[in-house]
Design a protein around this ligand. Structure first.
Ligand code: SAH
Ligand code: SF4
Ligand code: F3S
Length: 440
């Protein structure tokens, strides 16, 4: 029997694509292999959002060349966001021509056919398409990473063209799945034992299906699915978030009180140049509305430092935004120019040392706030959906609160009896990125 191994980089979209790829391979009779160097087929599902992702990919790819030499039957396949850019496919063809199959984000379902063609014709396969209008999810049978929680695509692609971002070029134009199909999928998942779903889209707030259903309508419909316990979603865009959506935090009992609301910058000038279509004032108004509807809601964000033209004053406005919102957690990135995006051509690029200095100052502030926010959980009891057992100790488990706080806790229970269940945990200690406690 042939063995496969998938290496996944990037966001949840890629994680879910990898689950679908695993599903197709297992339907063809492949079995999963933990060690990539023992597999007959390695799939590299790539990300291109920042430059270090590119570099890492080519480094790892180089390491597989030896395997190919030692075992002519070994196959390597590259997919995901990198090959959606012609320069990357050219580079693969020039420097890594031994790669067997390359396909993109828009034609994942083609993998079985490409494998067959590679075997029967002996020819390397290259199959990249842009903006596939027929992209769908409905016939997929993913092999899911977790039994108790599942990723569910609600939209594909992105139409926002933030000036720094490669995603609209690698994932094509935005398409919403039908609400009825999404609800059917969630029902199927629940009958399979799933307790929590994460609704996925690059901008969930612009979801609108062919019947006119909005994201708020979708949350209400998913909230009705019997047996489902938790609903999460990712990612919100401040320009499109609606009052109806915000109200779901009050009216939908399964919707977790947590939101990831990328701000990117606190400076209106920078936000305009990023093409984000909101300003710091309207962003803060959304935060106020969220907190008035759900006072205990946790908020996380993404920030880019060193965007072209960012002055010290602009950066201080970002620090100011962090102090005003007091985020529970934040992902901070140094701006990385992406070929083909408008911002890569802006002339006022920021020197590396300035970027690093700002990055360190922002991380210090954000981490301090996270630490302080977590302190208030000490000696409280929280409900935790258990994700798994710790690698180092059999009686330490980890999971997430409704507000997505990571909790590590001890329990006498067995792994099989506790994973996927919601348990009560007493918090004894708090850290910057986690809460520590014991099961009650
Ligand atoms: N669709 C989501 C996430 C997109 S990528 C959204 O709109 O928020 C995830 C994060 O990567 C972005 O929020 C942004 O902060 C960061 N990012 C995207 N392109 C980048 C670039 N060129 N350089 C640095 N960070 C980038
Ligand atoms: Fe990129 Fe902006 Fe689309 Fe997010 S909304 S994927 S940052 S273009
Ligand atoms: Fe990366 Fe593509 Fe996701 S570029 S962040 S894997 S959409």
């Amino acid at each position: 029997m042939s063995k496969y191994h998938i290496i996944t980089y990037g966001c949840q979209m890629n994680e879910h694509d990898s689950e679908n790829i695993a599903g197709m391979l297992e339907a063809l009779g492949y079995i999963q292999e933990e060690d990539p160097y023992k597999a007959d087929l390695v799939i590299m599902n790539t990300c291109s959002v920042r430059d270090n992702a590119d570099k890492r990919f080519f480094g790892v790819l180089g390491q597989f060349k030896k395997l190919k030499k030692n075992n002519p039957d070994f196959m390597l396949c590259v997919c995901g966001c990198m090959p959606q850019q012609p320069r990357i496919v050219e580079e693969i063809n020039m420097r890594f021509s031994w790669v067997d199959i390359v396909f993109g984000t828009q034609n994942i379902a083609k993998l079985p056919e490409l494998l067959e063609l590679r075997k029967t014709t002996g020819k390397k396969q290259r199959a990249i398409v842009d903006n596939n209008p027929d992209i769908t999810e409905d016939e997929m049978h993913p092999v899911r990473m977790h039994r108790h929680k599942a990723l569910v695509n609600i939209t594909f692609g992105c139409n926002n063209f933030c000036t720094y971002c490669i995603v609209p070029y690698t994932r094509g134009r935005e398409k919403s799945r039908m609400m009825s199909e999404i609800v059917c999928e969630v029902e199927r998942l629940v009958s399979d034992g799933v307790k929590e779903v994460m609704l996925l889209g690059q901008n969930v707030d612009s979801y609108r299906d062919a019947l006119g259903n909005s994201f708020a309508d979708l949350i209400h419909a998913v909230n009705e699915v019997e047996g489902l316990e938790r609903i999460r979603f990712m990612t919100s865009h401040p320009k499109d978030i609606s009052d109806e959506m915000i109200d779901c935090f009050r009216t939908c009992d399964k919707l977790c009180r947590n939101i990831h609301l990328p701000v990117q910058s606190g400076s209106d000038r920078v936000l305009r140049r990023m093409n984000r279509h909101y300003d710091s004032k309207s962003y803060l108004e959304i935060v106020d509305k969220l907190r008035s509807v759900a006072p205990d809601i946790t908020i996380s964000t993404d920030v880019i430092v060193g965007f072209p033209g960012e002055s010290e004053e602009d950066f201080e406005q970002t620090l100011d935004m962090a102090r005003k919102v007091r985020y529970d957690s934040a992902f901070t990135f140094i701006y990385s120019p992406r070929e083909g995006t408008p911002a890569a051509k802006f002339e006022d690029q920021i020197p590396d040392d300035v970027c690093h200095d700002r990055f360190n100052r922002l991380v210090e502030l954000m981490d301090g706030i996270s630490y302080e926010k977590n302190l208030k959980y000490k000696d409280t009891t929280v409900e935790v959906m258990v994700d798994g057992v710790s690698k180092t100790s059999d009686n330490t488990f980890s999971g997430r609160t409704d507000g997505f706080k990571l909790v590590n806790f001890t329990s006498d229970k067995n792994e099989e009896d506790i994973v996927g269940r919601i348990v009560k945990v007493r918090i004894d200690d708090t850290k910057t990125f986690s809460l520590e406690g014991h099961e009650l």
